[in-house]
Design a protein. Sequence first.
Length: 246
Amino acid sequence: MLPTTGAAPREAPRDYDLIAFDVDGTLVRHRHGKVVWEVFNRAFGGDDSVNISRFRAYRAGEISYPEWVALDVGDWVRVGATRQRMAELIRAELAPTPGAEETLKRLAQREYRLAVISGTLDITLELLFPQHPFEVVRTNALLFDDEQRVCDWRATPYDMEGKADALVEIADSMQIPLQRTVFVGDNINDLYVMRKAGLAVAFEPKTDEVRTTAHHVLEGDMRPLAELLDDDAGREALVEPSGGFD
């Protein structure tokens, strides 16, 4: 087990400088595998059929990603969803992935540059990782009125294919070559950025394509990520593809 305090950063050469993470399914877990959008749609919009139908419409090209976000959040606005109720749902149904908080602390101690590129909602990260070490956060955003009801939203341009664009922009702003970047994700919307990053890590991959695209797969606990990146042998193992790019 990794120490949680007192670990001094190692002065050793390393292969990667920037590590970017997905959130839902990667840093955050639901006991039944749902994401925050599904939790809120069930609470404010009815049942899981809403998520299924809108996902299919998006995949078929019938609606754009911003239109998909607008449909979901528009439902929450109409029923008067509040920040307090959303916070209650997040705390009741979602939690940090085992080892995630320790891992982020360890990576920050090692002075890796850390970022989030995710289709999650900003409130998820704010509530579950209030002291997070991320320099850059790219997520969807909710806006609240004076009575703390949802009143507006900002759809991220950085989901699906856009995740790869975000990694390129962040790496460029930090003057880090793409081959020195890592992306950690779990689902099909992470495939584009996993193919762009120097190292792709799948955490509990949800599809075979994600599993075979990744250079390395983690199951159950996030802590081996820090161990592998900190350890010379681990870094060597990481760069041996487990499946290869499509």
